[in-house]
Design a binder for this molecule. Structure first.
Ligand code: NCD
Length: 309
C-alpha cells in the first residue's frame, strides 16, 4: 500500500494508510517471525545528525528483524558533513548505497528537502522542532492497542509544547480522529505555537484549552503525554534552567487521575516523571518504546513492498 513513499510529515499518510500500518504492526507483534524475510536483501541507511537512542535503534532493530541490513552514522562528526558537505550531496550519495533512508537533522524542513533530491524513500526521524512522524505512529499505535481505538479521548500535552516536535506531529495527526479534545499544559514561555492553534486546531474545530497547572486538569484526562524540556533548542541556558523542572509527575499527582489514564512519553525523560511512577500500571512509556519497533517494522516492510497489501 505504501510502496516507494516518503514519510516526512504525519499527514503524508491518510488515516486508512495509518490504520493499515497499525493493523500490520499488531500482526507483527503477535508473530514477528512470520515477517523475518519481509526486507531480505534491502539496505536501510540511518543518518543521524542529532542524538538518538530509541528512534535510531528501533529503526535498526526493526530492519534487522525483518531480514534487512543497516548502515549509517549516529554522529555527524564522523560523516562528510563535518567537512562541509551539503545535506543534498550527502543524501544523493547515500541513495546510491541504500534502498531507504531514515534521517534526523536539527534543521526544520531538512527531510522535505532530502525527499526532493533522493532516489530512494526518505523517512523523517525528526527535523528540528518541526515534525517526528514515526513517533506519532508509535504514540497512536500505543493508544489503539491499549484502548482498542483512537478517538473520543481528552489528551493532555504537558511540558515543552513550543519546541517538542513529537507534540506538533501528534496534535496534527489527532485532529483527524472523532471526539478528540486537547489540553495544553505548559509554562507560558513554552506554549504550543500559534500556527498550530490557528492552522490545525481552530481550522478543524478541535476543542482545546491551555493552562499552566497540571494538577487542575489531570482528573479529566484519558491520555497524559509528558515531554522533556528541549534544552538543545533554547537560545540561552538560564531560560532552560528556569523552566526545566516546571512539571514533575509523581505518585501524588497520579492519585488524582483516572484509573485508566494512559501516561505516555516519547522519552528520553529527564526529571519530568518521577521514577516512582514507573511502577504504576498506567505508566506506558516503555511499552510505547516497544510499539515503536513494531510500527517501524510495519512501515519499512510496507514502503519496501515486502508485505502484500
Ligand atoms: C523525541 C525527539 O527526538 O523528538 N525523542 C524520540 O525520538 N523518542 C523526544 C525528545 O527528544 O524529547
Amino acid at each position: 500500500m505504501l510502496e516507494g513513499r516518503h514519510y516526512v510529515e504525519p499527514l503524508n499518510f491518510t488515516t486508512e494508510e495509518m490504520e493499515y500500518l497499525f493493523a500490520l504492526a499488531g500482526e507483527i507483534e503477535k508473530d514477528p517471525l512470520l515477517f523475518r524475510d519481509a526486507c531480505r536483501g534491502k539496505v536501510l541507511a540511518t543518518l543521524f545528525f542529532e542524538p538518538s537512542t530509541r528512534t535510531r535503534l528501533s529503526f535498526e532493530a526493526a530492519m534487522l528483524r525483518i531480514g534487512g541490513n543497516v548502515l549509517g552514522f549516529a554522529e555527524p562528526g564522523s560523516s562528510s558533513a563535518a567537512k562541509g558537505e551539503s545535506l543534498v550531496d550527502t543524501i544523493r550519495t547515500v541513495a546510491c548505497y541504500s534502498d531507504i533512508i531514515v534521517m534526523r537533522n536539527p534543521k526544520e524542513g531538512a527531510a522535505l528537502l532530502a525527499s526532493r533530491y533522493s532516489d530512494v524513500p526518505i523517512i523523517n526521524a525528526g527535523d528540528g522542532g518541526h515534525h517526528h512522524p514515526t513517533q506519532t505512529l508509535t504514540d497512536l499505535l500505543t493508544i489503539r492497542q491499549i484502548r482498542g481505538k483512537i478517538g473520543n479521548i481528552k489528551v493532555g500535552f504537558c511540558g515543552d509544547l513550543k519546541f517538542g516536535r513529537t507534540v506538533h506531529s501528534l496534535v496534527e495527526a489527532l485532529t483527524r480522529y472523532e471526539g478528540i479534545s486537547m489540553v495544553f499544559i505548559s509554562p507560558v514561555e513554552l506554549n504550543i505555537p500559534g500556527y498550530i492553534k490557528t492552522g490545525k486546531l481552530d481550522s478543524n474545530r478541535i476543542s482545546y484549552e491551555e493552562t499552566d497547572s497540571l494538577e487542575k486538569v489531570i482528573a479529566d484526562l484519558d491520555v497524559l503525554y509528558m515531554t522533556r524540556v528541549q534544552r538543545e533548542r533554547f537560545f540561552n541556558e538560564e531560560d532552560y534552567i528556569r523552566l526545566k523542572d516546571s512539571y514533575i509527575l509523581n505518585t501524588e499527582k497520579m492519585s488524582g487521575a483516572k484509573k485508566d489514564m494512559m501516561v505516555l512519553h516519547p522519552l528520553p525523560r529527564v526529571n519530568e516523571i518521577d521514577i516512582e511512577v514507573d511502577e504504576d500500571e498506567r505508566a506506558l512509556y516503555f511499552k510505547q518504546a516497544k510499539y515503536g519497533m513494531y510500527v517501524r517494522m510495519a512501515l519499512l516492510s510496507s514502503i519496501m513492498g515486502g508485505v502484500n497489501a
